[in-house]
Write a protein that binds this ligand. Structure first.
Ligand code: URA
Length: 199
């Protein structure tokens, strides 16, 4: 592994691009999609983790650039953050067909890349978006007690990372606001939980 963050992340991104054993790899190449590794401030305090890229993301190779991304950008704006201030990624780095939920095997396959991204960036706060990311992150840090996203959204869950204590702040997935407009207000309230962690 190279010894600076940028080079380490680039090497990891290259491995994801070459992940031919992924069941989503053929779908990526057949559709001229790109893997979506993640982007933003590699020294950020806050890391935002979604589920998997949608079509816009896979076309551009960038996370949260479609309609859910618009919502995310607006939410970050409420706490005076630009998306460039945080690091944004997903658990699964390739688009699942028709935006279906990621499968257990896919989450397992891509998980080591996310875990290494966390190790390299060492965020003090992780905001998983939606139940898949919440469950994955809480399990990863031995803090999963079968919580439902409806119970823990907008709360701070302390956890221990290899590099120190972190705060996990689960949020509803921004796309949930499309299906349930009431959640828009909840998302706007919940994002304020991140305010004290803004440097
Ligand atoms: N939804 C996600 O979970 N991630 C993205 O990058 C875009 C939409």
């Amino acid at each position: 592994m190279p010894n600076n963050r940028e080079a380490q992340l680039e090497s990891l991104a290259e491995s994801v691009r070459n992940l031919t054993e992924s069941p989503l790899y053929t779908y990526r190449t057949e559709n001229d999609y790109a893997a979506v590794f993640g982007e933003g401030n590699i020294h950020a305090n806050i890391m935002v983790i979604g589920e998997a890229p949608g079509e816009q993301e896979a076309k551009q190779g960038r996370p949260f650039v479609g309609s859910a991304g618009k919502v995310l950008n607006e939410l970050l704006g409420l706490i005076d953050l630009e998306r460039e201030d945080v690091y944004i990624t997903n658990i699964v780095k390739d688009r699942p067909p028709d935006n279906r939920n990621p499968r257990v095997g896919e989450i397992k396959l891509y998980a080591p890349y996310l875990v290494q991204q966390i190790e390299i960036i060492q965020p003090k706060v992780i905001a998983p978006l939606g139940r898949f990311a919440m469950e994955f992150i809480l399990k990863q840090f031995d803090a999963f007690e079968k919580q439902k996203i409806s119970q823990v959204h907008g709360t701070v869950i302390k956890a221990q990372a290899t590099y120190g204590e972190i705060a996990v702040v689960p949020l509803y997935h921004p796309a949930a606001a499309f299906y349930n407009p009431k959640l828009q207000d909840t998302l706007r309230e919940d994002i304020l939980t991140l305010q004290p962690f803004v440097a």
